[in-house]
Design a protein around this ligand. Structure first.
Ligand SMILES: Cc1ncc(COP(=O)(O)O)c(C=O)c1O
Length: 393
């Protein structure tokens, strides 16, 4: 039986606030914070760059962290790259893939700007981009993606869970379509890893980019990129740690993952991330998925019952519930909820301007859930939104 109250003991800030903004970033559990403190207090050194014992201990812990994260995602450690966030991982692929002018990329209108702008930027190099629309609930029909493919399509890049709607996309069907057509697939897993089960070998995608600081509960400044065929990419960011030899004008790259991790990485962050991933593993992602889906279903259902509120997204969703109170700006709703009840929700376009336009709204309020939220917090939110009726009637 999942004990959310025991879990909350590991997140001290939750004693002070109603934190419903985990889609932006999650809170980090005490054991992960302690693992980072231990690095600073006991063995801080640089990774892979020294013979002395602190450098060796740091290197071992950093590489152990890679094993932990790779195991969690069912990926090979040599194909698991640490990045600074999801955006960084997607840009790494966009900048290192061997594009040729006239190549074609299919993406969707549902994407966070981080999984849209890197592809739009490639238009400057003669790459064509097609953007597939979702339905009004934020679901992409894989058939529409198939219809958009041409004989020059090299990549489909699609979100796993929408950060605006919480809708879960049928990425397995998309990878099957793509493999039949010989097209690569990048999955933006910023809102899936740690929230719903992710098995990269089963998914069969070519690239999977996620954040350390969202469902994996790690610190900000950490991310993970899985690359199924590292030799396909020509790493565009080079420097210390990426080469085995340099002679005159020539250099020899280290194999993956080293050739993709130039310069000193976020060592304490990665060590904290691995400890946070162990924490998630111990609870179990399926438990977390059930818990978050229950809270978001309850929230959506109860907000829908309020006449002065509009709710967006599908019935079955991950832990994200967007809504509006017509007559009040989303930022004002968010500020009032914070100032009256210390409820932290996000407001704005959520870095997805095309989808806001599609919904014909400027912004939405977004309540989002993680493993540490409770039904009592749903009550507090719904009651506070109900009280806003007095301002709009
Ligand atoms: C679906 C999605 N993709 C990408 C990102 C960007 O993530 P990061 O801040 O880790 O770069 C986010 C952030 O909210 C997101 O929700």
């Amino acid at each position: 039986m999942y004990d959310v109250y025991a879990v909350r003991e590991d997140f001290p800030v939750l004693k002070e606030v109603v934190y419903l903004d985990s889609t932006a970033t999650t809170q980090t559990p005490v054991p992960a914070v302690e693992a980072m403190l231990e690095y600073f207090y006991r063995y801080a050194g640089n990774h892979g760059r020294g013979a002395h014992h602190l450098a060796r201990e740091t290197t071992n812990r950093y590489e152990d962290a890679r094993e932990t994260v790779a195991r969690f995602l069912n990926a090979d450690p040599s194909k698991t790259i640490f990045t600074k966030n999801t955006t960084d991982g997607i840009n790494l692929v966009a900048n290192s893939y061997p594009w040729e002018a006239g190549d074609h990329i299919v993406t969707t209108m549902l994407e966070h700007h981080s999984n849209l702008l890197p592809w739009l930027h490639l238009q400057k190099r003669g790459i064509n981009v097609t953007i597939v629309s979702p339905d009004r609930k934020g679901i992409i029909d894989p058939q529409m993606i198939e219809n958009a493919l041409t004989d020059r399509t090299k990549l489909i890049s699609v979100t796993h869970v929408s950060n605006v709607f919480g809708s879960v996309q049928d990425v397995s069907r998309i990878t099957k379509i793509a493999s039949r057509k010989g097209v690569k697939v990048l999955i933006d897993g910023a809102q899936s890893a740690g929230h719903i089960p992710v098995d990269l070998k089963a998914l069969g995608c070519d690239f999977f980019a996620t954040a350390g600081h969202k469902g994996l509960l790690g610190p900000q400044g950490t991310g993970v990129l899985y690359i199924k065929e590292p030799d396909l990419l020509d790493s565009a960011s080079l420097g210390g740690g990426t080469v085995s030899d340099v002679s005159g004008l020539a250099y020899t790259l280290e194999p993956s993952p080293a050739c993709f991790e130039a310069g000193t990485p976020n060592i304490p962050g990665v060590i904290g991330l691995a400890r946070a991933v162990e924490y998630v593993e111990k609870i179990g992602v399926s438990e977390i998925e059930k818990h978050e889906a229950k809270l978001s279903r309850q929230t959506a259902k109860r907000l829908l019952e309020l006449e002065h509120v509009e709710v967006y997204g599908p019935e079955n969703r991950a832990g994200v519930v967007p809504f509006n109170v017509p007559g009040l700006h989303a930022h004002d709703v968010s500020l009032i909820l914070d100032q009256t009840k210390k409820i932290c929700v996000r407001s704005g376009h959520h870095c997805a301007i095309p989808i806001a336009r599609f919904l014909e709204v400027e912004s939405t309020v977004r309540a989002s859930f993680a493993l540490y939220n409770t039904e009592e917090e749903v009550d507090i939110l719904v009651n506070a939104v109900n009280a806003l009726k007095a301002l709009v009637s």
